[in-house]
Design a protein around this ligand. Structure first.
Ligand code: CTP
Length: 403
């Protein structure tokens, strides 16, 4: 049984951590909750003790014969601090040891995940930025908070991510992948674009966004800073990723190119419409029209090809950095490998994940099977399995190329 320490500090989001605790215990983890003194003002000791089935203390002065200030950290397989306040981040960054939680953080040699939650001003304060940078440099995974409504009427970055999504990151960290993307910025596109026909209708596709979101989640768990350009996806935001929402191919192009400017890698998992109606009607097209007008289509930009093109130009002109790794996805129905190899070369990317679609494969399913084609020859076969496993193979290949 894996041993998890759930540190909780004094933020209003503490109530959401009861849900996180449940997710850990129900999936068979032994959880020791270590609150700060003030966290107990929000949710009391009996709740944590009952939900975890373990004793709960905030101080190093209880059960001293068991040396809890050293033991708990030493025996943990994972420490997750959620919510992590500005105060606890500061104390952790500076190595203070004035309660059981900070002692535990100093003695833990396992992976540590912080899920900060606080007001935007506190999150953006230079002191907090510096503390977060220090913790990340030392190998901790510090999730960027979610953006949305805060305690009062205001909103902005500072919300605790969805507990189920924090749990997913922790699950991936516990799966033992290295934090080999720490300090890297990766951009992922996910979902499927929509091209307006009129205010109520569009041309779309069947992409659910599951593969792109799995890529985001696994990259966060491996320490990356993640920008997720999300096209029409009905899934909860992955914890720790910066989500940019777009609708059309052209909006996706602008968002991806802007983020790619300071990225180490871009993975284009979105299904981008190749064509759009030349003109979207401003008003709803009525069926009363005697003869419907045919919809004329125009070509959309090919974002993946453009990324490759810009990189080639910048390299030739030695004008600034551009993503060192560019990866695409290709869904094919026939001649899968030959079409994939031709596409890899045509689009000038480093990796192309090719999957066969049809018969329940790929779209909207939790599983995927694929072949990753490598520029310069060679390929890696990924057997049918969870989309997270395929995502991790992609990150293995990306990390290798960035090293
Ligand atoms: N792609 C893109 N911009 C487009 C179309 C596709 O960036 N306008 C990207 C996708 O995100 C994916 C890769 O290109 O990573 C391959 O997409 P796919 O639809 O398979 O390729 P197409 O270029 O549409 O080729 P074809 O229609 O010949 O299959």
């Amino acid at each position: 049984m894996t041993s998890v320490v759930l540190g909780v500090s004094a933020g209003i989001a503490v109530y959401k951590s009861c849900e996180l605790l449940r997710l850990f215990t129900e999936s068979g983890h032994d959880v020791r909750v270590v609150p700060t003194r003030d966290a107990l003002r929000f949710v009391g000791e009996p709740t944590w003790a009952a939900l975890s089935g373990n004793p709960v203390t905030t101080e190093v002065w209880e059960s001293v014969h068991e040396v809890p200030h050293v033991r708990i950290g030493q025996h943990a397989d994972l420490v997750v601090v959620a919510p992590a306040t500005a105060d606890v981040l500061a104390r952790a960054a500076h190595g203070l040891a004035n309660d059981l939680l900070t002692n535990t953080l100093l003695t833990a040699r396992c992976p540590v995940v912080f899920a900060p939650a606080m007001h935007t001003e506190m999150w953006e304060h230079p002191a907090t930025r510096a503390n977060v940078a220090t913790l990340r440099e030392r190998g901790a995974i510090v999730l960027d908070p979610a953006v949305g409504r805060l305690t009062g009427a205001d909103s902005g970055p500072g919300r605790l991510p969805d507990p189920a999504e924090i749990f997913e990151v922790c699950r991936r960290v516990l799966a033992g992948r290295p934090a080999d993307l720490a300090g890297r910025h990766v951009v992922i596109s996910a979902g499927g674009t929509r091209e307006a026909i009129d205010p109520v209708r569009f041309i779309g596709n069947r992409s659910s966004g599951l593969q792109g979101y799995a890529l985001a989640r696994t990259a966060v768990a491996r320490g990356a800073e993640v920008t997720l350009v999300s096209a029409n996806v009905a899934l909860p935001d992955p914890a720790g990723a910066k989500v940019v929402r777009v609708e059309s191919a052209r909006a996706l192009r602008d968002a991806v190119l802007a983020a790619a400017d300071h990225a180490d890698a871009v993975v284009m998992a979105a299904a981008v419409a190749d064509f759009r109606p030349v003109r979207a009607s401003d008003t709803k097209i009525k069926k009363s029209a005697a003869e419907p007008d045919p919809i004329r289509l125009a070509k959309n930009p090919d974002v993946l090809a453009e990324l490759g093109e810009v990189r080639r130009e910048r390299r030739a002109a030695e004008s600034g950095p551009y993503p060192r790794v560019i990866a695409g996805f290709a869904a094919e129905t026939d001649d899968v490998l030959a079409n994939g190899r031709a596409k890899l070369e045509r689009k000038g990317c480093d990796l192309l994940v090719v999957n066969q679609v049809g018969e329940g494969l790929a779209f909207g399913t939790p599983d995927n099977a694929a072949v990753v084609l490598l520029a310069g020859g060679g390929s890696v076969e990924v057997p049918r399995g969870p989309k997270e496993d395929l995502a991790d193979v992609v990150w293995d290949l990306v990390a290798e190329r960035l090293a």
